[in-house]
Ligand binder design. Structure first.
Ligand code: ADP
Ligand code: MG
Length: 210
């Protein structure tokens, strides 16, 4: 059995992550791969969903940046344990909408928590199982938030100031310089063009690392 692959999608609200995750899943399934689509925060067991609703609900009121980080990480640890690792060990392709890099971009570059600390906490939560490929969808937050607002009301994090979202975007871009696993796309392009760019990169991953 071929070993599993972990592909993550990162980028600001409205960048088009969910759209591309869906398209990539359809494509890989058509090639005969077993694919699991998931997301953070909240993918995995019921506990993960409960943590998500605490995190994103405006009803939760204010809580500290550190609290936000610990809750994200708690949801991640449980997600990895309950869904990601078991799927990978069965040789499946796991596509995850947001993962470790969102914590660095939002809680680090956005909220100002020490980046190195977050990276270490990430490594702990994922038990060292880093993504094989991370698609970073880069978008001007003004465009992204406009797109996101069309699909419903903005949640607690989406409603933060524009400067916060600009810092998040810079965070993703500086992370993307750090390693081979990142693939940056210009998310202002049309859906079809992005789909083909991503397919091509994913095929390369599946071909050369088998
Ligand atoms: N490349 C694109 N160009 C224009 N609109 C897009 C593009 N990708 C997605 N959209 C639209 O923008 C909105 C947000 O897309 P979505 O995939 O939900 O983004 P995300 O999951 O990153 O928040 C949806 O209405 C979607 O149809
Ligand atoms: Mg989405």
């Amino acid at each position: 059995m071929s070993k599993g692959r972990l592909i993550t999608f990162e980028g600001s609200e409205g960048a088009g992550k969910s759209t591309q995750v869906k398209a990539l899943k359809k494509y890989l399934v058509s090639l005969g791969y077993k694919v699991v689509c998931t997301f953070e925060p909240g993918g995995g067991s019921d506990l993960c969903k409960k943590i998500r609703s605490l995190l994103l609900s405006p009803d939760s009121g204010d809580f500290s940046d550190e609290t936000e980080l610990f809750m994200m990480l708690a949801a991640r640890a449980e997600h990895v344990e309950s869904l990601v690792l078991p799927s990978l060990s069965r040789g499946e392709i796991v596509i995850c909408d947001r993962f470790i890099d969102s914590s660095v971009a939002y809680q680090g570059y956005g909220r100002g928590i020490d980046i190195k600390t977050i990276s270490q906490m990430n490594a702990f939560a994922i038990k060292g199982r880093y993504p094989d490929l991370t698609v970073v969808m880069d978008i001007d937050p003004v465009i992204g938030l406009k797109r996101a607002a069309k699909t419903g009301s903005l949640d607690r994090i989406e409603s933060a100031a524009l400067s916060f979202h600009q810092n998040v975007r810079e965070g993703f871009m500086s992370l993307a310089q750090e390693g081979e696993r990142y693939f940056v796309v210009d998310a202002s392009l049309d859906i079809q063009t992005l789909e083909s760019e991503i397919k091509e990169r994913v095929l390369k991953l599946l071909k050369y690392e088998n």
